[in-house]
Structures are given as C-alpha cells and as structure tokens.
Design a protein around this ligand. Structure first.
Ligand SMILES: C[S@@+](CC[C@H](N)C(=O)[O-])C[C@H]1O[C@@H](n2cnc3c(N)ncnc32)[C@H](O)[C@@H]1O
Length: 274
C-alpha cells in the first residue's frame, strides 16, 4: 500500500506523543548517556548497539565544535542533541511536529537549547534551507523513509556543503531471506503501512547516492547476528546475550573469510563525502 506524507506524519505524531510526558531524566542524551544506553540490555537502543556505536565513533571523530549539523528525520532528536552537547550547531528536521517538540525539549534538558533549532517539514522539499547550509548530515534509520518522496536525494545533496559529510546508520536490505523474515514479522505483528518501512536501504538505493558523492564508505554489520531481532525486548536475559554474542563471533569469522557475505548483512553504516 502506498502511503502519503500526511499519513506518515500522523503515524509519527501519535507515536511520539508519549515522549512528551517523559521525565527530564529519560531525555538526557550526551555522550556518556548514549554509551550507557547502548550498554544497557533493558534500553531499546541496545539491540542496535554495534550499529550505533559505529556511527557514534565516526561522528565523534569529526571536528564538531561550531559544525553546522542536520539531524535528518531526527525522531525525538537524541542524536542531534548529543551532537549539540559536543559543540555542534544543530538543526533537527522531521516530518512530525511532535518529534520536533520532543527534540527541542530534549535540547533544553541537556542545556543546549541555544545551539539547537527544530524544523518540521518534509525532507523532499528543503526550501527552508540554503544551498550548502550544512557541514554534516546525520540520518539514523531515516533515509529509507524519505527516499520514496520525489527529490529527497537531490534536496539532501543540495543542502550539504561541498566537502561535507553524510553519515547514515541504516538497516541493509540486500539479503532476500532476511527481507522475507522482516516482511513476515511486519505482517504478523500487524505493523501499519503508515510507519513507512516499505523501502529497505540496499545497494540499489546506495547507488542513487553515488553520482553525488566523491567517496562512499559502506560498512555492513551483523549477518547471522540479525537473529537478535527474534529477541527484541528480551536482552536482559543472560542466555539471550550469550547466544547473540556467539552469533556475532561466528559473523566475525565468516565475514573475514568470505568478504562477499558483507553485502548480505542486515545493518550498515555509510559515510559519504560530497
Ligand atoms: C524510524 S524513525 C527514525 C527516527 C530517528 N532518526 C531515530 O533514529 O530514532 C524515521 C523518522 O523519519 C521521519 N520521516 C519520515 N518521512 C519523512 C520525510 N519525508 N521528511 C522528514 N522526516 C521524515 C519520521 O517522522 C520518523 O521520525
């Protein structure tokens, strides 16, 4: 089913409304808190700890002080606010005004409101931003949502400075078996189409970026360890962590011995330089 931007916005407005009631403590998001969340099996970010640690490592390696950053499809703004706590000047961008409201409250809670602004708009029309306005664009699990809207890639490229970086933390969709399992899970759990998960970022979508960038690093991760998805919400059990840890160890060997398997991994970090 094809969805409209209005339907997707409504879905995310409703979804994020619960965050408006979160206590300040739950909105803390600097480097130390993020590392804590990624190490806490009870936290929702734990499931993607390798993906997000990899993204964090690449982001923190950049000179962030004074850097103009766009947190693209920011959701509740945790990544953008984290970058602001590192000295960046951050714009939170999302289709959902509720997401922006939560993100701006998060900025206040983390004492960086003076370095964070929020813009609720469709990423396929970024006329509110000048050409080459941003040094860095970060998108966590967001580009695969915006790609279905016409001109989204062109707009993203337009607002990035020449020499600027695009960093993506995404699901990777080259593995047909994994995609089948994903779609089956979505059906069984009756996840609504308005959630906008129909496109998975695969080599095909990465190829759409290639003409616009001088260099693209593609770093896939998690092959067999994608079985972790079966244990969502159960990482507090030691046996689950051991089992997933064993799969990660097997992945490390497999991917070293057979590098072509990397394209079948389930998650990917992309660093592109314009
Ligand atoms: C899976 S969420 C990811 C949120 C956040 N980056 C994170 O990592 O938690 C996808 C986000 O993309 C946003 N989004 C979807 N389509 C969009 C569009 N056309 N323009 C801007 N944001 C969009 C949604 O509102 C949602 O917040």
């Amino acid at each position: 089913m094809k969805i409209t931007a209005q339907q997707e916005q409504k879905f995310y407005d409703d979804f994020y409304a619960q965050h408006l009631k979160f206590p300040d403590q739950a909105l803390r998001c600097d480097r130390a808190h993020m590392l804590g969340y990624l190490a806490d099996p009870a936290h929702p970010l734990y499931e993607r700890k390798h993906l997000y640690r990899g993204a964090l490592q690449r982001l923190l390696a950049l000179p962030l002080k004074g850097c103009a950053v766009l947190d693209y499809g920011c959701g509740t703004g945790d990544w953008g606010v984290l970058l602001a706590t590192e000295g960046a000047r951050v714009t939170l961008l999302d289709l959902s005004p509720v997401a922006i409201k939560v993100g701006l409250r998060r900025a206040e809670v983390n004492n960086v409101a003076d370095r964070v602004r929020g813009v609720a708009c469709d990423a396929s029309d970024l006329r509110c931003f000048a050409d080459a306005e941003f040094d860095l664009i970060y998108a966590s699990a967001a580009l695969h949502h915006t790609l279905k809207y016409p001109h989204a890639v062109e707009e993203l490229v337009r607002v990035l400075k020449p020499g600027g970086k695009l960093i993506l933390a995404e699901t990777y969709g080259n593995n047909r078996l994994l995609n089948l399992a994903r779609r089956l899970r979505w059906r069984l759990s009756r996840e609504p189409a308005e959630q906008g998960e129909d496109i998975l970022l695969s080599a095909r979508e990465i190829n759409l970026l290639r003409p616009h960038f001088r260099h693209i690093e593609v770093a896939p991760l998690n092959l067999l360890a994608m079985a972790k998805r079966l244990f969502r919400g159960r990482f507090t059990h030691a046996w689950v962590r051991k089992f997933v840890g064993a799969l990660e160890a097997v992945d490390a060997v497999l991917l070293r011995l057979f590098p072509f398997l990397r394209r079948y991994c389930g998650e990917v970090i992309i660093v592109a330089e314009k």
